[in-house]
Design a protein around this ligand. Structure first.
Ligand SMILES: Cc1nc2c(=O)[nH]c(=O)nc-2n(C[C@H](O)[C@H](O)[C@H](O)CO)c1C
Length: 156
């Protein structure tokens, strides 16, 4: 039985943790989920590190929503750096699922984007744990999570 950690925030304007859990449960079995919710994205690195070191999670998702202001963007960079450090310190994947509020043109598009990105990364997490060959089959195909895939390019 594998353990998947889900860390999300109250700052986010959409319940991405719920979407990720729903998608994981639709995708397969053989895992248990441990969810923690923190105030904001800068609290995600230690939340994930604790999920890995204290709760023995095999992989984590860190779901957050940076706001549109310059100080939010700076926080997003700091949170992202923290998540990378936590991965290196624990030798464990933490899949960062950030949806910047200003990626969307309206609240309804933001909800759609947050739901879809959380779900698509949930499948990535499942694949990393249980069927990594599925990722390799898709290498270099320009996949994106949320908005449309970019697709591959070919040399002449
Ligand atoms: C400025 C700011 N912006 C965001 C944001 O855009 N998204 C987010 O999730 N959290 C933000 N926070 C809160 C911090 O991440 C953190 O929760 C607090 O500094 C408490 O540690 C802060 C302080």
């Amino acid at each position: 039985m594998k353990l998947i950690g889900i860390a999300d925030t109250t700052f986010a304007r959409y319940d991405m943790g719920k979407a990720a859990i729903d998608e994981l449960e639709r995708t397969g079995t053989g895992f248990r989920i441990i969810r923690v919710t923190v105030p904001g994205m800068k609290d995600l690195p230690v939340a994930c590190k604790k999920l890995i070191e204290e709760q023995h999670c095999d992989i984590c998702m860190a779901l957050g929503m940076p706001g549109p202001m310059p100080k939010d963007k700076m926080c997003a960079d700091e949170a992202s750096n923290g998540l990378i450090r936590a991965q290196l310190m624990t030798n464990t994947h933490i899949i960062e699922v950030f949806v910047h509020e200003d990626e969307a043109k309206s609240d309804s598009e933001l909800a759609w984007l947050a739901d879809r990105r959380a779900r698509e990364h949930a499948v990535n997490v499942y694949d990393l744990l249980f069927r990594p060959e599925r990722l390799t089959q898709r290498a270099g195909t320009g996949l994106r999570q949320g908005f449309e895939d970019k697709g591959p390019v070919y040399k002449q």
